[in-house]
Design a protein around this ligand. Structure first.
Ligand code: PLP
Length: 372
């Protein structure tokens, strides 16, 4: 079956592109002697995780305990949690996971650490952790100069074991040129170098120096201090990555297929793809370079100016042959958000449908609701 015969909207993934994206990032890491622990939140799919592991990923970075539990349930046994865990129930989930797999936590303060330590003690389970370094995003973390003080405060917690440091230069998404992306990568490298050195001088062992974002990956891969790369978006890429100059359109694996359903005015078309497929995302950390709410492949004369939940408004910028009933493919601004909008992607090669890829790690979707 051809993708043109599908009903719309439909989430498509180009399998050739997906495979190339996975292969290229794995090659980048192995050429530079780095371990690859891709971030799962981009695809939340056991099948894609398996493709990444088969290609050479050593482990996975997760944004949620749901993702971690699903990975462990499916037999993936090297997991880093990107963010601190707090609250009795979630702490219990983290400790429980650590009994079944190698689970490396991320910490940036003593409060969450104390609770984790108490829970770990009850179970006689040591928990490994990274200190989160703030390399410029100013979200989580401590500055490189503060890492030793935090390590020292945490060192009294006998069931927690420091194994390294981690960061995410998410502010790269606020860049307005490829030069700025390179500059952020430089800050990321410097921050990790300083934090590592400070800790080592103070006598701490820093086995893991983990960082990662898709835009900066090529620049940080060559850094001698970094040991682990944790990019996520690269499996699909998207309109934001194109706007940042990271990849050309040919590397965008995820598209949403839609139909033009109305031509209400001379300069306006409406498609049956809205924010419930594409999200209203223009980038998490303030990118100003994307135009509209996605890119319609092969139609530079069409700009998606507004999204309602189930439909999108398209402004005509020049001459077009598009008409009501035609199908269009939209590259989302942010593929990680778009993939989270569906239960499955339709995998195709050159438009011929080959297989279904399930998005099976979304917010508790594999767990029974409370009380059932
Ligand atoms: C801690 C952390 N590491 C890595 C990533 C992956 O970044 P990207 O999607 O740019 O590759 C993220 C993304 O949110 C993150 O929060």
């Amino acid at each position: 079956m051809d993708i043109k015969e599908l009903t719309t909207p439909a989430f498509l993934v180009d399998l050739d592109v997906l495979e190339k994206n996975i292969e290229d990032m794995t090659d980048l890491c192995s050429r530079n002697n780095k371990k690859l622990w891709p971030m799962i939140k981009t695809h939340k799919s056991t099948q894609i995780a398996l493709m990444q592991q088969t290609a050479g990923a050593e482990g996975f970075l997760v944004g949620t305990l749901d993702e971690a539990e699903k990975l462990v349930q499916e037999g993936f046994l090297n997991i880093m949690l990107a963010y601190p865990v707090a609250g009795e129930e979630n702490v219990a989930r983290a400790v429980n996971l650590a009994k079944k797999a190698r689970v490396i936590l991320s910490l940036d303060g003593i409060d969450a650490a104390r609770v984790l330590n108490d829970a770990a003690k009850c179970h006689g389970q040591t928990l490994e952790y990274l200190i989160i370094i703030d390399s410029g995003l100013h979200r989580f973390g401590v500055l490189p100069e503060e890492a030793v003080e935090l390590a020292s405060n945490l060192s009294v917690l006998e069931y927690l074991k420091l194994v390294g440091i981690g960061t995410h230069p998410g502010h790269v998404y606020g860049s307005s040129s490829p030069e700025e992306v390179r500059k952020v990568a430089g800050e990321e490298r410097q921050a990790m170098k300083r934090a590592k050195k400070n800790l080592e001088v103070a006598g701490y062992k820093v086995d893991i120096v983990a960082t990662g974002s898709t835009p900066t990956a090529t620049y940080v891969a060559e850094d001698e201090n970094i040991t682990v790369l944790r990019p996520g978006n690269f499996v699909f890429y998207d309109n934001i990555q194109m706007a940042l100059g990271v990849v050309p359109e040919s590397r965008c694996a995820l598209t949403v297929l839609g139909t033009i359903v109305s031509h209400p005015r001379e300069d306006t078309f409406i498609m049956d793809v809205g924010s419930k497929c594409l999200g209203l995302d223009k980038g998490a950390h303030g990118i100003s370079m994307v135009k509209g709410y996605g890119m319609i492949k092969g139609h530079p004369e069409l700009l998606i100016t507004d999204l309602s939940e189930e439909v999108g408004k398209i402004k005509l910028l020049g001459k077009t042959k598009i008409k009501v009933g035609d199908k269009v493919r939209v590259i989302p601004n942010h593929a990680c958000s778009a993939a989270n909008m569906t239960d499955y992607l339709i995998g195709h090669r050159n438009g011929r449908i080959e297989k279904t890829i399930y998005i099976d790690m979304r917010g508790g979707s594999f767990r029974k609701p409370p009380g059932q």
